[in-house]
Ligand binder design. Sequence first.
Ligand code: HEM
Length: 173
Amino acid sequence: MAQPLPFRGSVACGFLWALGNAAAPRSHGWNQRMYEWIKALHIMAVISWMAAMLYLPRLFVYHADAETGSVQSETFKVMERRLLKGICNPAMIVTWLAGIYLIYEGGWIRSGWLHGKLALVLLLSAFHGFIVRWWKAFAADKNVHSSRFFRMVNEIPALLMVGIVLLVVLKPF
Ligand code: HEM
């Protein structure tokens, strides 16, 4: 049955309103949109950084047991250099830059959870520094650590990640 014109008009308006909202969920302007895109970039960079920081010490575990100068040892060197320079370093830079934007644009600077998160992220960045130091030693065939050592330190980034994600998602204080 045909509906009276005013009713059809309001249905059409409602449809257009819903379409607009579906296309721009929770959007309160350009800044909000930009914030969400940068947060997505931040999470992608975090995933890449963490993947590299979990995998590099695992490569060191096997590299530590490989004979110096062997084909295996030289292959590990190539894998480690590519992973560090191609993924780990750039991902850390993008994570930091995007994170700093989120702090500024989100007005989080006085939040307690952020201070806790930054403390853990600084430890994670220090761990990155140690990875670079171990990588340099392997590249010069001067590693002094055992495979057991690298097996143990491999847990550190995983533990820091648990704390960081809980702080940023639950925001307990
Ligand atoms: C490098 C320095 C970092 C800074 C300055 C930083 C800062 C921030 C800020 C301000 C937010 C926005 C929070 C919100 O909108 O609710 C955020 C989101 C997030 N960060 Fe970081 N972050 C950093 C590193 C990390 C690391 C290393 C991880 C994980 C291991 C991480 C995981 C996340 C996640 C999962 C979110 C999304 C949270 C949500 O939307 O509920 N961040 N970060």
